[in-house]
Design a binder for this molecule. Sequence first.
Ligand code: HEM
Length: 505
Amino acid sequence: MDLLLLEKTLLGLFLATIVAIVVSKLRGKRFRLPPGPLPVPVFGNWLQVGDDLNHRNLTDLAKKFGDIFLLRMGQRNLVVVSSPELAKEVLHTQGVEFGSRTRNVVFDIFTGKGQDMVFTVYGEHWRKMRRIMTVPFFTNKVVQQYRTGWEFEAASVVEDVKKNPEAATNGIVLRRRLQLLMYNNMYRIMFDRRFDSEDDPLFVKLKALNGERSRLAQSFEYNYGDFIPILRPFLRGYLKICKEVKERRLQLFKDYFVDERKKLASTKSMSNEGLKCAIDHILDAQQKGEINDDNVLYIVENINVAAIETTLWSIEWAIAELVNHPEIQRKLRIELDTVLGPAHQITEPDIQNLPYLQAVIKETLRLRMAIPLLVPHMNLHDAKLGGYDIPAESKILVNAWWLANNPANWKNPEEYRPERFLEEESKVEANGNDFRYLPFGVGRRSCPGIILALPILGITVGRLVQNFELLPPPGQSKIDTTEKGGQFSLHILKHSTIVAKPRSF
Ligand code: HEM
């Protein structure tokens, strides 16, 4: 590091300390802030709580400080909410006040400072983007239009796995093939396209860039520069990589998918609504001047992350739990065999007749919530919550994982037991009808993709269990289910090897 930069940094730190002390004195007088550890100037609580603010560490802090607490992370206020009542306040009663999104230095790069939908502040732009995305993505008509495609993709996974002799003996990393399935499920909707194999060069490129985007965005390693602006110069290298990944990714979306579809539209008549894929609707909105070229690309960016990864992680968790709980897997297979019979492979309309399958999916989303802290919310203006003052532009995390795993509210929550959703919790749905269980959030910023995610999960998990006995690899009695939490994500740390023994009908 050059000396001039160090000198400037130290001087800056000194000035920031003075400003922070003055501001905190003034603020302290005005505000009744939520409880939390005592902050020190400049760094706030960052040195005490560290970088890894995953759902479990935040749960530990909630046990200490209560259902609402405040962490000062450098310059940023972070409010964590851990009770169903306060979650209702944030997501429902005061849904407008807390309906914005925080951004950070890295998400600012990947979303062009909120030109997308998922990370944009609550307001006109968000409303327009959500409206424009609803018809092409989030209706039952879309499910009906694409469900045979999803069934085809699940059948082709079954076929490929059956063809691979390793699968039935030493096992395979099933997740790799399921990743292709999820890309195909979503790229059919977006662009009316699919990739033939895991080796398709375009799929390989996409997968690598999306993976890199996620890793860079969900990592905790850039916190210091985000929390403490004066340290930002040290983040230059990291942010440069983010910018490069972002540019390459958006260029790939544009050159290989959006422009391709534009070309096709100019040569073919697109008047038949039934043949339109999502991007055609989005491009219509762009041609009408409702959104610009960049917004189109950011919609593609959002779907690549919000839809593909979350659903893939959930499928992977479901398989891991079924492998580690053979009796549950057996029970699910018996339901599938009994309701559908040996000759019929599960399709989307069957799911409603398969309560145990639905319970398996719900239990997976409860214990292994893909977005355990929801996507961070924010209040644009000063607000009140739980009797406390919340300064404007605080990041609000709803610890949805703890709401669904708190023994005060659930019977033996650490146990993977789908039966709970058929017994004592039979009225609880994934759509947020109970504030203890919010795998998709609830209210204005809730996940619109739930309408697609649930049938895709049902079809995929159902077909796998119908066709294979899923087991740990030889010599292992269980697979490793260590978690990896991110800024607000949760996935399995190791992509396990799974033995898939074909069943004979
Ligand atoms: C199992 C799969 C999925 C899970 C667990 C999940 C979960 C979530 C959660 C927790 C949120 C944030 C809610 C909040 O902040 O209050 C969210 C937002 C969102 N999800 Fe999903 N999601 C899944 C699949 C999908 C799919 C398939 C799509 C699209 C096709 C999608 C699109 C979105 C979008 C666009 C938002 C942002 C909504 C907004 O900010 O207004 N998600 N999702």
